[in-house]
Design a protein around this ligand. Sequence first.
Ligand SMILES: NC(=O)c1ccc[n+]([C@@H]2O[C@H](COP(=O)([O-])OP(=O)(O)OC[C@H]3O[C@@H](n4cnc5c(N)ncnc54)[C@H](OP(=O)(O)O)[C@@H]3O)[C@@H](O)[C@H]2O)c1
Length: 237
Amino acid sequence: MSEDLNFSGKIALITGASRGIGAAVSKAYARAGAHVILMARDVKKLEEVDDEIKSEGGTATLMPADLMDLDSLDKLGPLIKERFGSLDILIGNAGLLGTLMPLPQISTTEFDRVMMVNVAANFRLIKTLDPLLRASKNGRAIFVSTGAGVVKGRAYWGTYSVSKAALESMVRVYAMEVAQTNLRVNLIDPGAVRTDMRASAVPGENPETLPAPEEIAKIFLDLGAENCTKNGQTLQA
Ligand SMILES: NC(=O)c1ccc[n+]([C@@H]2O[C@H](COP(=O)([O-])OP(=O)(O)OC[C@H]3O[C@@H](n4cnc5c(N)ncnc54)[C@H](OP(=O)(O)O)[C@@H]3O)[C@@H](O)[C@H]2O)c1
């Protein structure tokens, strides 16, 4: 492993770590030496990721949580400080697609849920984890966006497009505000990746034509590395 991608001694929190991109990124960070905190709702799936990490000699802590429980997220910063003492890397990966349909037909409940997971939860994570990330010698925050209509919009991808556009704007604002600190804040557009979300977005597609989540994990390591100088950018995997 190159010295730049050695994360020994670092603590990384990954949301949406139970499957798909988040699980692959968690395993990649653990393999590179980080202690990973795995967040998602599905405990059984988190345990499977943990088993794989342990079988490769890595270490993880499971943190089952529903990102829609926004008020609970506010306690996360103090909780991580008490339990681990520090946090070096936040990967805001968890996301909800919602139903692809014309905008006026989207239910208000679904609109709120997608905005909650994709935007509001990341806002709460930034709020509660900012002191720890700034205190880290090389704090890194990485959020997962999309190519699906963030810039120009995309018909029928309503709430998802809206939420990721809002996420990108929020992350760029945060990046500008921390520019004079050691913290670096960026976004990744993973492109089409073979996951449950992609299969439900494009059901007719042959998944075997898409890259596996493991194949795009390296860019997450690059943006988490100590030598990363990028800030406020959206990188394509
Ligand atoms: N796959 C693609 O082609 C693609 C393309 C562009 C962007 N993205 C983005 O990449 C990220 C990961 O997507 P993916 O394809 O890996 O999706 P996925 O397979 O559907 O996984 C989504 C993850 O988010 C977690 N999650 C969802 N709602 C949650 C909640 N309320 N509380 C806690 N965790 C929650 C899920 O865990 P639980 O269900 O266990 O809670 C799961 O671990 C998302 O932000 C997505 O928008 C994906």
